[in-house]
Design a protein. Structure first.
Length: 365
């Protein structure tokens, strides 16, 4: 990118330079000034674009996948959501992966583990379970669960009648960009679950910490976060707080041991927009994948309007302006989201800014 600014690269072209660049290339080298303005942009230049994936359009294709491939052959039956410029990384936005996984009644998948971390947000169906390092979690619509990097996990559906569809969120693109991924199939193909279902929730899911418990792993000891407790927490906070002008009533799923993010690479939140609430625009570094947990409304992301309703998924690339509107005058709307903020914060790269023009709102394009 040619710029005529002192302090930026502003070298023109010439035959002599081209010949010089060719000689550098032969030695596996190059001249910084030919790429400097691209690799050091003034501000983030995400390749990802804002996108909306409509659940009503995707759901039939997700169901169809269960007739096309078996669970055993596929490993997991998932329809991935892919950003056009991130296809090579299988990323939905930035370095985050997401997909819709289906499990038919009575099905179960084999156990495996990987360096990448995963999270689930259940969309529909009764009977979903997952065993994470021996803890059998039973989850239903609106529940959030984690499978941190390195933990054995296997999923299934114990219902006799309804398919389960949940949204997967993983940091696969990040871990692969860092050349740090590993994968193992469980030597027995299945784990032996502990005696009590949801042991992590019974141990770590209250306002008290069990005596003498220490926890040194880099992720939350609490593996499942039920919808009822989440929604109650949001409603309670709404009684005592006006929330944030840019996020409404927003709460983070936390590691109860540290108060920090559930996993080192990904954080997750649930936010409530009160009836007719319209948030003000802001932007920050870090990518976000949203899932509409409840309600109807729209979001404007970099000037593009996305009309959403329950179960729709949309993404916000790094440094994009965005704002949300709950269109229902009587009911709240809830947005589940996951993000790479822990990475941004821990690397000292998190930057946030509120829009000051136009009353804090973007013009729509
Ligand atoms: O369940 O661990 O959607 O490894 C993609 C890769 C889910 C999983 C995905 C995975 C998983």
């Amino acid at each position: 990118m040619q710029e005529d600014v002192l302090g930026r690269s502003r070298v023109g072209g010439s035959d002599e330079l081209d010949e010089y660049y060719a000689r550098l290339a032969k030695l596996g080298a190059g001249a910084l000034w030919t790429v400097a303005n691209d690799i050091e942009p003034w501000y983030p230049q995400p390749r990802s674009i804002p996108m909306l994936w409509k659940y009503d359009e995707l759901r039939p294709l997700v169901l169809e996948s269960a007739n096309l491939v078996t669970a055993d052959d596929a490993g997991r039956r998932v329809v991935m959501l892919v950003n056009p410029e991130r296809e090579e990384l299988s990323a939905a936005v930035g370095l985050l992966y997401t997909g819709l996984q289906i499990m038919n009644p009575g099905e179960s998948m084999t156990a495996h583990r990987h360096a990448a971390s995963a999270l689930r947000f259940v969309i529909e169906g009764e009977g979903a379970w997952t065993i994470v390092d021996g803890d059998r979690l039973e989850v239903g619509p609106g529940d959030f669960a984690i499978t941190p990097g390195g933990t054995w996990h296997e999923h299934g559906n114990s219902s006799g009648s309804t398919p389960v569809i949940w949204q997967d969120g993983l940091d696969i693109p990040l871990v692969n960009m860092l050349d740090a991924n590993f994968y193992q199939v469980h030597p027995e193909l299945h784990q032996v679950p502990g005696r009590v279902v949801n042991t992590s929730l019974l141990t770590h899911g209250s306002i008290l910490k069990p005596d003498g418990r220490t926890w040194s792993k880099p992720y939350s000891p609490l593996l499942a976060y039920p919808w009822e407790m989440t929604y109650e927490a949001l409603n309670n906070l709404a009684k005592v707080s006006d929330g944030s002008p840019t996020d409404g009533i927003a709460m983070e799923y936390v590691n109860p041991h540290t108060g920090g993010s559930v996993m080192p690479t990904m954080g997750a939140r649930m936010q409530m927009l009160r009836p007719s609430e319209a948030t003000k625009a802001h932007r920050h570094t870090g990518s976000v994948v949203y899932q509409v947990a409840k309600g109807v409304g729209h979001s404007i992301v970099n000037g593009r309007r996305f009309d959403w309703k329950k179960n729709d998924i949309f993404c916000v690339p790094s440094w994009a302006w965005y704002e949300h509107v709950n269109e229902d005058p009587a009911e709240d709307a809830c947005l589940f989201s996951f993000n790479d903020f822990p990475v941004m914060r821990n690397l000292g790269l998190f930057v946030e800014e509120a829009l000051s023009e136009n009353g804090g709102h973007q013009p729509e394009i």
